[in-house]
Write a protein that binds this ligand. Structure first.
Ligand code: NAP
Length: 311
């Protein structure tokens, strides 16, 4: 079956692209390798989001449910558990090759977010060996944290927000290498109101343990200290997995992100991009900017497919 538009990725960007495409009555299919919702459900479902306009606070999974319901109410088809392997061209249509078969469309929006990205590794002794045995890159669900000693590593929004969540049920220490944070001031303020113990200007040296994590060795002010720990959560950003995107024939930057122009056009005519996977001058990684880019990408796809008189 031919669609006007296939959107790859059903996070906030992909779903918003779907909503805007449907407002133009484009026959739209949104595909996702996992469940719809993207990082809102895969990385931090219980987290409160405080900067999505119109909601002073909204739980990530609730925002995701609303986005999915909105896209479906507009008539978007959503296919979950469908991993895209290739984006080929056949005459004037795209053939999107998935692990369960092919789909065809006149345009494509790439909105895969961090789906093909890996958490950045700290690179200290013990990290690899104790991975899955107390060392992780995503905060476990709250009930698995109760009465545990958690060491969170990082100074960005993710590390601070996860530390605050962990702190509500666990004894939590935040370790950051600098004397100030990269995170937003409002998040830093929430941290200061929590009981998280913050160790600034502290560099992790090793993660120690036998069958499970027992401690983290850090260097602070020239001294070496051991912090007892049951769980170590490393939250120092993500690195892209270049391999999959390379096969899609798109121009990527040195970090593997998809280069787009101000119309959210990629280097491939008919393929547009939005959300965390794209890069352009001034890029700011937020849910709301991903949604804004998605509206532009859908509008550009509409112009590419329908060629309206005003475009
Ligand atoms: P990030 O903002 O890139 O922060 C990564 C942190 O890890 C930095 O503090 C960095 O330290 C530290 N780090 C990096 N490599 C390290 C190493 N080898 N050893 C020790 N520390 C290391 O990453 P993120 O927090 O995952 O956020 C990613 C993007 O999503 C950001 O743009 C962020 O603003 C956005 N985000 C926004 C929200 C929100 O709006 N509420 C929530 C989550 C994420 P330095 O500072 O010293 O470089």
């Amino acid at each position: 079956m031919m669609h006007d538009l296939i959107v790859i990725g059903a996070g906030p960007a992909g779903l918003t692209a779907g909503i805007y495409a449907r407002s133009r009555k484009m026959k739209t299919l949104v595909l996702d390798a996992a469940a719809a919702g993207g990082q809102l459900v895969s990385l931090y479902p219980d987290k409160g989001i405080h900067n999505y306009p119109g909601f002073a606070e909204v739980q990530a999974k609730k925002l995701s449910e609303r986005l999915v319901a909105h896209a479906e109410s507009m008539g978007c088809e959503i296919a979950e558990g469908c991993r895209v392997l290739r984006v080929d061209r056949d005459g004037d249509c795209f053939v999107v090759g998935c692990d369960d078969g092919e789909r065809r469309s006149k345009a494509v929006v790439v909105a895969i977010g961090m789906g093909l990205f890996k958490p950045r590794r700290l690179g200290v002794p013990g990290e690899e060996e104790l991975s899955g045995r107390g060392v992780g890159y995503v905060l476990p669900e709250k009930d698995k944290l109760v009465d545990k000693r958690v060491v969170m590593i990082g100074g960005g929004n993710s590390a601070l927000e996860m530390a605050i969540i962990a702190d509500s049920v666990a004894d939590t220490v935040l370790v950051h290498r600098r004397d100030c944070y990269r995170a937003d001031e409002s998040v830093v303020e929430s941290l200061s109101k929590s009981t998280v113990r913050c160790m600034l200007e502290t560099v992790p040296l090793s993660i120690n343990g036998g069958s499970r994590v027992e401690s983290v060795t850090v260097e602070k002010g020239g001294e070496t200290l051991d912090i007892p720990a049951d769980l170590v959560v490393i939250n120092i950003g993500n690195t892209p997995d270049l391999e999959h995107l390379k096969d899609w024939g798109l121009d990527l930057d040195e970090n593997g992100l998809v280069k787009v122009d101000s119309d959210m056009r990629t280097s491939r005519p008919g393929v547009f991009g939005c959300g965390d996977v794209v890069i352009y001058k001034g890029k700011y990684r937020q849910i709301v900017t991903a949604c804004g880019e998605a509206a532009t990408a859908a509008n550009s796809a509409y112009k590419f497919v329908k060629k309206p008189y005003w475009a």
